[in-house]
Design a protein around this ligand. Structure first.
Ligand SMILES: [Zn+2]
Ligand SMILES: [Zn+2]
Length: 136
């Protein structure tokens, strides 16, 4: 998904693509992408500046780092980027999308800020129960 900024027509560009999230290497220990990435971009060029408006849709499954609880979530986000044509002969939309999405999710996700996690000895979920081992 490369845009050559020198080749953007006067009336702009529309880009619609569906991308397999595994190609972007987006998953982390906590976040799995469970739906294709739908990318819709509008590209305009004015006075030497390229504006890219992107709408991104996908779905994720987040696993709590501590208690392993899984939560599914639909993702719909909008971004806007600006580039000077002289500094950016080409724009790698997919790379921009990847970075925005990575920034939007933590490397480690917790189901709640004070998640107590699982007992390392018996596996009891300390959010829901206590066991003889603690928590302290
Ligand atoms: Zn948790
Ligand atoms: Zn225990």
């Amino acid at each position: 998904m490369l845009i050559r900024t020198g080749e953007i027509p006067l009336d702009g560009l529309e880009i619609h693509e569906t991308v397999d999230p595994s190609l972007l290497d987006l998953g982390t220990e906590s976040i799995q992408y469970t739906a294709p990435l739908q990318i819709d971009c509008t590209v305009r060029k004015e006075l030497g500046v390229v504006t890219v408006e992107a709408a991104i849709g996908t779905a994720v499954e987040m696993t709590c780092h501590l208690c392993l609880r899984v939560l599914g979530e639909d993702v719909a986000r909008r971004f806007q980027w600006y580039y000077k044509v002289q500094d950016h002969p080409q724009i790698d939309v997919l790379e921009e999308v990847r970075q925005e999405i990575m920034l939007g999710y933590p490397m480690v996700w917790l189901c709640r800020e004070d998640c107590r996690g699982l007992c390392p000895q018996c596996g009891a979920n300390w959010n829901e129960e206590t066991c003889v081992h603690g928590p302290t």
